[in-house]
Design a protein around this ligand. Sequence first.
Ligand code: AMP
Length: 283
Amino acid sequence: MKLITTITEIRKIVTEWKKAGKSVGLVPTMGYLHEGHQSLIQKAHAENDEVVVSVFVNPTQFSANEDLSSYPRNIENDLEKSREAGASVIFHPDVSEMYPEGYNTYIEAFGVTEVLEGASRPTHFRGVTTVVGKLFNIIQPDRAYFGQKDAQQAAVIEQMVRDLNFPVAVVRCPIIREADGLAKSSRNVYLSAEERQAALVLSHALKLAKKMLEQGEKSAATIRHAMTEKIQQEPLAVIDYIKIVDDRTLRDVRVIEAPVLIPIAVRIGNTRLIDNFVFGRTE
Ligand code: AMP
């Protein structure tokens, strides 16, 4: 498994692949890889001849008060996890390689970025679209893989790809969870044993919503109220948001008739966790 750190070198490798008529899949990550990331790499491996996993803790998607400097890193483990899942190379550039002195261009999507995560983290998606746009230009993948864990991020990337005509197919992959239901996340390492237990309240609240929907509840307000009560029963949890939105436009839904996305963000101690589920979409 090769670790590539420069844009020149990764371009050379991809050019060779393309010359040989090979298809290329890209899995963009911030590293500290777990089975969630590995499921994306495995799918990319199944659908493409070669797979690039990018590992880059992208400073432009963190705001000043966020966890950029403490974000967990372990490139040795990332190499092993990527190899295991079928990656061809890891692209792991320095910040100065991606944003050299004088860097001053950003990609910004509107409409899907101002709500949910964007409401709490106003500059976040501008950083995400900028770095993913750069990765698309550097690697020129046929397909790029994103987790439903970050459902809004996937929607934002799809918008960018449509609007800017990137010749890349965006593939969404399902959320991978721990055995007890907690969505796998690199940030789960921040949780103490007590917080780890408290964090189950996210998946429990989503399960409750699912049950209400399956029983025919159509009022978003009623479901959100029940979810709020459930999460408030956990003393270590502080709700950032609980929303019920159209799963493509991310606009609020009041009466549930079409497929909906139910995204939630909850602080457990100092750690902000997100989770979601989609109801009513079969494909
Ligand atoms: P990150 O390293 O957190 O930026 O995540 C990189 C990619 O992996 C994103 O597309 C995430 O949505 C995806 N991902 C992270 N955790 C999971 C998970 N538990 N299940 C599925 N995909 C995930």
